[in-house]
Design a protein around this ligand. Structure first.
Ligand SMILES: Nc1nc2c(c(=O)[nH]1)N[C@H]1C(S)=C(S)[C@@H](COP(=O)(O)OP(=O)(O)OC[C@H]3O[C@@H](n4cnc5c(=O)[nH]c(N)nc54)[C@H](O)[C@@H]3O)O[C@H]1N2
Ligand SMILES: Nc1nc2c(c(=O)[nH]1)N[C@H]1C(S)=C(S)[C@@H](COP(=O)(O)OP(=O)(O)OC[C@H]3O[C@@H](n4cnc5c(=O)[nH]c(N)nc54)[C@H](O)[C@@H]3O)O[C@H]1N2
Ligand SMILES: [Mo]
Length: 768
């Protein structure tokens, strides 16, 4: 199994596993980004796109939501994975009517997501008629009329659900939610429901706003940065440059993760010669290899240690003035934290008491602490509670609303935060709905709508029968693939507004529609004038994005034009919303946004500033907390963690270095040492041995979900290769979306209803 260099070479050499890497980026990253660009776009388009990525005059990177450093949007501020995201979108390969004539839907259903995505950009509106095996072309007007007819025929507007993925621009998101509310429903599930919903739920309750409170300069000037449940080397590579600067300024970084992710250990900045050639910078000073789901226990244990240190040396640890002036609930929280049992914390986290004490000491020594997190915290049953316990820690030391300190949920999709701000949410507050109504003379429904999980239930149960997806890949991104597919197949109509082919185009209602849209990199011309759109990054900065490439085909329309086209067909020519004017000039949309959403006053002027503008954030700006108590709230959260029963394993589903969510760029995961395959299960050497397997063995994964009535429901994902890896005993890892069939629809986080994708109880079955 192992050759002389220590590589695992599996017998059929479909998957090759070398040792995991101890550094991220560097020369390989530069080479990979250029190679992917050349393959997809050729040399000229590669140079043009990479040059304009994240430039003041360019387009916003469709990769992650990490912000640009203000004033430093320099040329070629791209990362390997940003470049891959661009190559994927700006590809010159196309999927048009001839492609669909040559491939039946059942033929395409037999292909992988990787194959589907590699076919190129969608170029024509296509329809799959009832009973048909092949998609055929349809005109835009006929497509809009079809959708409008189906929507008008519903017994209630609540029988339609309107999904949004997080790439949609502010302008498109705003007109989309406007159309949906004018139609009469708040059924606005979005990718955020599966992503940072737990962060939003936790932060709104504790600090009064569901967004992060720090900026890039805050990170650069922090004393201490905790990075929990996040793999920035792959998913937010530009964050590493910020962390490198923070380190140069003296910050200490503690990584909290079950896996020793390469980017957190060492980073070679491809923007700098010393980074490309040298040994790179060690990012994490400390690596806490925590067990899956152990973070809440860690945060509570740290809280107890802070309180005890304050008892020993009163006035040196807690920020009493902040606590007295700005918070509520301290006494109850402190009493709860004092009762935390440190033995339980050790067991839950898999860390030693020394490691936990050293982390408490680091917190005590720090005057400016930031906690960053992503999916490793949010996608757990106790995700909201975990984040609230992280907030408790920060509140104890007054770490919110001062430079260099705060909460930093690191967002995923490049405009997922902006979409929320624009009203993509199933439960927008009354103030927003009232402003929307008065701007447009409509009556928005007030009852809350369906989120992603509840939308699947509604389609499954037949109470929703029209699905519209504004981007994304609903079928593959959601849990419980079999249930979700059946739910969509039960619909009368499914509509996908998309740039690239994916599985959601193949699992359709009685009628299926594909509407091809422009992406971030494409030139968008309406009524003879070049249009620009805006986006909001993870740190509440709003700026313009202008595509410049020739679109993949003459039939593509912008998301704004598609939404306004559907709306005109749905509402007729005399509607109170000026849909035609909105399509013709996006400044008109921004003028309305300016009147509806606080912080966007004078939008059209402010957004044209070179670095855009920042949105207000009361806790960050003025230590003002718009919560029920008018203060920042300490919370008391029951402790949860994830013991693993004998013979079973706890599975986290995560991203490889070569994918963007359900879009697969390639079959390698360079930093984890995997080449040429994705059906692998990372498992500790100890579990491998105790369960009686060897490296490279083939297994089926069987998830075991205990229903409320005590019966056990099984779900399967077949044929994975076992890869020995430094993951905690009892904890294993595999890639999403291949493992989504294992995630039970009913297994969701308390309060946020986010699918629990980081804690799936499984057992292995040897393949015959
Ligand atoms: N290139 C690229 N960039 C992306 C994406 C992509 O797919 N590709 N996706 C985008 C999106 S939508 C998002 S939301 C973000 C996702 O960014 P991440 O959240 O970094 O993505 P995941 O791969 O889900 O990684 C989760 C990390 O959390 C760790 N983890 C898992 N469970 C636990 C736990 O219980 N405790 C702790 N402490 N750690 C845990 C895992 O080991 C892993 O390092 O990235 C965005 N950027
Ligand atoms: N098991 C498991 N499941 C998960 C996760 C996990 O960690 N584990 N992560 C969850 C998370 S964090 C998220 S955010 C979701 C992601 O869920 P989604 O956002 O639904 O999925 P994506 O794969 O990002 O969507 C890709 C598709 O979007 C379309 N697209 C790309 N750009 C554009 C554009 O500019 N306009 C339009 N109209 N379409 C475009 C393309 O057709 C492409 O095929 O998945 C969630 N699912
Ligand atoms: Mo996400």
């Amino acid at each position: 199994m192992t050759d002389t260099t220590g590589r695992y070479v599996f017998d059929e050499d479909d998957v090759v596993v070398t040792h995991e890497k101890s550094y991220a980026a560097g020369i390989p990253a530069v080479l990979v980004s250029l190679r992917r660009g050349m393959e997809q776009m050729g040399p000229v388009r590669t140079a043009r796109t990479l040059w304009r990525l994240n430039q003041r005059e360019g387009f916003d990177c469709p990769g992650c939501a990490w912000p640009e450093t203000p004033g430093h949007r320099k040329h070629a501020e791209f990362c390997e994975n940003g470049a891959k995201a661009v190559a994927e979108e700006a590809t010159t390969r196309t999927v048009g009517p001839e492609f669909f004539a040559a491939h039946s839907v059942s033929d395409l259903l037999g292909r992988t997501e990787f194959w589907l995505g590699q076919q190129g950009r969608l170029t024509h509106p296509m329809v799959l008629l009832p009973g048909a095996s092949y998609y055929e072309p349809i005109g835009w007007d006929a497509a809009f009329a079809l959708i409008a007819g189906e929507l008008r025929g519903l017994a209630s507007p609540h029988e339609a659900v309107f999904y949004t993925s997080g790439r949609t621009s502010n302008e498109a998101a705003f007109v989309y939610q406007l159309m949906i509310r004018a139609f009469g429903t708040n059924n606005l599930p979005d990718c955020s429901n599966m992503c940072h919903e737990s962060s939003g739920s936790a932060l709104v309750e504790t600090i009064g706003i569901g967004k992060g409170s720090v900026s890039v300069p805050d990170l650069e000037n922090a004393d201490l940065i905790l990075i929990a449940g996040q793999n920035p080397g792959t998913n937010h590579p530009r964050m590493l440059s910020t962390l490198e600067k923070a380190k140069a300024n003296g910050a200490r970084v503690i990584a909290i993760n079950p896996l020793p992710e390469a980017g957190l250990l060492r980073f070679k900045d491809p923007q700098k010669m010393h980074g490309v050639l040298g040994n790179g910078v060690q990012i994490a000073d400390e690596f806490l290899q925590i067990r899956l789901g152990g973070d809440q226990a860690l945060f509570q244990g740290l809280g107890r240690l802070l309180l005890e240190a304050e008892d020993r040396n009163p006035g040196t640890v807690l920020d009493r003035e902040f606590i007295d002036t700005h918070t509520a609930g301290f006494e109850a929280c402190a009493a709860h934290l004092r009762r935390v049992d440190l033995d339980t914390v050790v067991e839950a986290t898999g860390l030693t008491l020394d490691q936990i004490r050293a982390t408490a000491d680091a917190l005590i020594a720090s005057r400016k602490t930031i906690i960053c997190w992503a999916m490793g915290l949010t996608q757990h049953t106790h995700g909201v509670a975990t984040i609230q316990d992280a907030v408790n820690l920060l509140l104890l030391q007054g770490m919110i609303g001062k430079p260099g300190a705060g909460v930093c949920p690191v967002r995923g999709h490049s405009n997922v935060q902006g979409d929320r701000t624009m009203g993509i949410w199933e439960k927008m507050p009354e103030s927003f709905l009232a402003a929307l109504d008065s701007e447009f003379g409509i009556v928005s429904p007030r009852e809350h709508g369906l989120d992603a999980v509840d939308s699947i239930r509604a389609m499954r149960d037949g109470t929703a029968s029209v699905f519209v997806g504004m981007g994304g890949n609903f079928v593959s991104a959601t849990p419980d693939t079999e249930t979700t597919e059946a739910a969509l197949r039960g619909c009368a109509l499914t509509v996908q507004v998309s740039t690239k082919l994916n599985r959601s185009h193949l699992v359709t209602g009685r009628t299926g529609l594909i509407l091809p849209s422009l992406g971030r990199t494409d030139r968008d011309v309406q009524s003879g004038r070049k249009q620009q759109v805006s986006v909001e990054d993870s740190m509440s900065m709003v700026h313009l994005s202008r595509g410049s490439l020739t679109p993949a085909g003459a039939h593509l329309r912008s998301e704004v034009a598609i939404v306004c086209g559907i709306a005109q067909a749905l509402f007729g020519p005399d509607h109170s919303v000026p849909w035609a004017e909105f399509t013709a000039d996006y400044d008109r949309i921004r003028d309305s946004i300016a009147r509806v959403i606080p912080g966007f006053e004078d939008f059209n002027r402010k957004v044209r500033r070179p670095d855009g503008f920042g949105l207000p954030h009361p806790p960050r700006d003025e230590r003002r907390f718009e919560t029920a108590t008018g203060k920042a709230n300490f919370t008391v959260n029951d402790l949860s963690w994830l013991p693993v029963p004998e013979g079973k394993l706890m599975l986290q589903t995560m991203r490889s270095h070569d994918q963007y969510n359900t879009t697969i760029y390639g079959l390698d995961d360079r930093y984890r040492g995997v080449k040429g395959g994705r059906r692998v299960l990372f498992i500790s050497a100890q579990d491998l041995e105790s369960l009686g397997y060897a490296a490279g063995d083939r297994v089926d994964l069987v998830s075991e979900w205990t229903r409320p009535d005590g019966t056990v429901q099984e779900r399967r994902a077949d044929d994975f290769r076992l890869v020995p890896y430094p993951t905690p005993v009892g904890n294993v890892a595999a890639y999403y979306p291949e493992t989504n069939p294992l995630v039970p629809l009913e297994h969701v986080a308390a309060k946020s209803n986010t699918p629990v994708s980081k804690a799936v109880l499984i057992r292995l079955e040897r393949r015959p």
